[in-house]
Design a protein around this ligand. Structure first.
Ligand code: ADP
Ligand code: MG
Ligand code: ZN
Length: 624
């Protein structure tokens, strides 16, 4: 609501001035009103006949005469008063106190009115203040975002055409999505071209992609490219405390948009309102959501043929959307946005390097290689963390090492140098990580090794970092087995070297078991179980969201699955142990190195492991 602020703020300031003014005036009134101070002197005034005062007036004995009802008080120069009674009908001029040449001041104090005023001014002021105060409270509540008083109004933020500066240039990669959306830009720019031929302009486009892949960014870019206003609202904003509010917000939003056509309405996270209606399952019948969704559908149907408003929506859960939303004439265009590939990642990194001070000789393509599977938002985060590192290190420009550190921070967590391990723990950690590295390196199908570190990060005491290969959409059984073997390499090294096992491998074991279970239940890779999928999906596999499996198999099968998992793990553990025993000596050499330098690159590692003869120095070090 930012654009609406200035007038509001001015009102607010006026209002504050008014309040303060009122307070100052009322206190001044109490301080300066003379009658109040005179009251005591009046009470102690000496009684005289009225004629004496008239004489005193003529003799100019008094500085001031106050007439209050039938009482007359005359002030003698010394400051004291005399008091007399006059008759009700007699006025000052009747008494001859109106001589223009006489300097005595004659005041008529209207006692009735004055008394009333004095008695009630406090109440009146209080009353005014209270009303004003209540008004103020109501207004500020109404203005506040989560207002219960402004519920009918849509909170879509209106950005003028001028304000949306985002264009397709700001969106790196996503070439296919951009290509699909160019059509919409063209509809908005030159609707005539299409209407003349009799083509109906599409109503809606649904952007589908994992979180952080740039859906919101793309929608803004479409508005920016077409130069039209952009109304954006988040699905969750529709669902609020009162039933019916969502629907009225939708009505309001669409009315506003139609007035501003051509324009774009963007509903972010539409799955918040657009879930499958009715029935049990997700949230059951949620009345408010259903009404809101119905209203959106009605509004989209109600567009006239030439209404040049395009509704865009974004979601990362297309599987839960109500099918009515996907019907032709509604969100019939579906634009999929994938996680960026190698080239796109480099482009995205470049986009976010644009507004930063970059040093020379920076190699963003190597960073792109290290960031497989990350989305645009993560890459943006990496560049920002790199800038923070550079600033912390008091550099003028960002260097490669800052970016590399940022990648590690974002992907595995910040280093915890303060965590002090005992010598023994450190040694076990070194052998554990090297166990992963050795086994992983020797398994043919394992992802390539990248780096080993025994600096604590997050919850982990050490990290062995493998870089997943690019663009792998399927995984072979051999790869699964090699992965399990690599995961168990840490525990295998611990057992062989120290003849003792620690808790350090709990996460490895969990992941290995998950893989084995997946092989049995999802991928039909276990001969004894057959090509059967066990367990019923409750979520969706889409976009890597792991489904929870409901049991739809017999007790007998459950036992067989467990046996399979157990067997696979045991086999791979034996295999890992064999690798470790075979390379035991080199493992010792590597451990000495790793303990000394704390991190080890893949080059250093392979140099030792892949046969270069040990130098006498190294041999000696290894024996110690
Ligand atoms: P989503 O809406 O899909 O969750 P956003 O559009 O909010 O993701 O993206 C978050 C941020 O990540 C954007 O503001 C942008 O800075 C960055 N980003 C994501 N994808 C890209 C991209 N393809 N090119 C450039 N920046 C991107
Ligand atoms: Mg978003
Ligand atoms: Zn481990």
């Amino acid at each position: 609501m930012a654009p609406a602020l200035p007038p509001n703020r001015r009102q607010n300031r006026l209002f504050t001035i008014f309040l303060v003014g009122l307070l100052v005036l009322s206190s001044l009134y109490y301080m300066m009103e003379p009658g109040v101070n005179d009251e005591k002197s009046f009470a102690s005034a000496k009684e005289v006949p009225i004629s004496a005062i008239t004489q005193g007036y003529v003799a100019k004995d008094y500085t001031e005469i106050t007439i209050r009802g039938n009482d007359v008080y005359a002030k003698v120069e010394s400051g004291s008063y005399v008091h007399a009674y006059k008759e009700a009908a007699v006025t000052a001029s009747d008494l001859g106190w109106n001589d223009p040449k006489n300097p005595t001041v004659v005041k008529v104090d209207n006692i009735e009115l004055n008394n009333f005023f004095k008695a009630h001014i406090g109440d009146v002021l209080f009353f005014i203040l209270m009303i004003v105060g209540i008004m103020w409270v109501f207004r500020s509540i109404a203005r506040s975002q989560n207002s219960a008083f402004s519920f009918g109004k849509s909170r879509a933020r209106i950005a003028d055409a001028k304000q949306v500066k985002t264009t397709f240039k700001d969106v790196a990669g996503c070439e296919e999505a951009k290509h699909d959306l160019e059509e919409i830009v063209d509809f908005l720019k030159s609707p005539k071209k299409y209407s003349v031929i009799g083509a109906k302009i599409p109503r809606g486009a649904l952007l589908i992609g994992a979180p952080g892949t740039g859906k919101t960014l793309l929608a803004r870019a479409v508005a920016g490219e077409a130069g039209v206003p952009f109304f954006s609202i988040s699905g969750s904003e529709f669902v609020e405390m009162f039933v019916g509010v969502g629907a009225s917000r939708v009505r309001d939003l669409f009315a506003k948009a139609k007035r501003n056509a051509p324009c774009i309405i963007f509903i972010d996270e539409i799955d918040a309102v657009g879930r499958q209606r009715g029935g049990a399952g997700f949230g059951g019948g949620h009345d408010e959501r259903e009404q809101t969704l119905n209203q959106i559908l009605t509004e989209m149907d109600g567009f006239e043929k030439d209404t040049n408003v395009i509704v865009m929506a974004a979601t990362n859960r297309p599987d839960v959307l109500d099918s009515a939303l996907l019907r032709p004439g509604r969100f019939d265009r579906r634009v999929f946005i994938d996680k960026p590939d190698l080239i796109a990642r480099e482009e995205i990194l470049k986009v976010h390097a644009r507004n930063k001070k970059m040093g020379t000789g920076i190699d963003l393509s190597s960073i792109a290689k290290q960031t497989v599977g990350l989305a645009g938002a993560d890459l943006e985060n990496i560049m920002n963390e790199a800038a923070i590192f550079a600033a912390k290190r008091a550099k003028k420009k960002i260097t490669q090492i800052d970016i590399v550190d940022a990648v590690e921070k974002v992907t595995i967590g910040a280093e915890k140098k303060s965590r002090k391990l005992t010598e023994k723990e450190k040694k076990i950690t070194a052998y554990h990580e090297l166990g992963h590295a050795v086994v992983g390196h020797l398994c043919k199908e394992s992802d390539p090794l990248h780096k080993i570190s025994i600096v604590s990060r997050g919850a982990a005491l050490g990290v062995t970092w493998f870089l997943p290969k690019e663009d792998q959409y399927t995984t072979s059984k051999t790869k699964f087995l090699d992965e399990i073997c690599g995961l168990l390499g840490g525990r295998a090294a611990e057992e062989i070297v120290f003849d003792e096992i620690t808790t350090g491998a709990s996460n490895d074991i969990e992941r290995a078991s998950d893989i084995a279970r997946g092989m049995a239940m999802r991928y039909g890779m276990a001969e004894e179980l057959g090509m059967v999928a066990y367990g019923e999906k409750q979520g969706s596999l889409f976009l890597g969201v792991d489904p929870s499996l409901a049991r739809n198999y017999s007790e007998d099968m459950a036992q067989k699955i467990d046996e399979y998992v157990k067997r696979i793990i045991a086999e791979q553990y034996e295999r890992a142990k064999e690798f470790i025993m075979q390379y035991r000596e080199k493992l010792d050499t590597l451990a000495v190195m790793l303990l000394k330098q704390e991190t080890m690159s893949v080059e250093e590692f392979t140099e030792v492991l892949d046969g270069k003869a040990l130098s006498p120095m190294e041999e000696k070090a290894a024996k110690e």
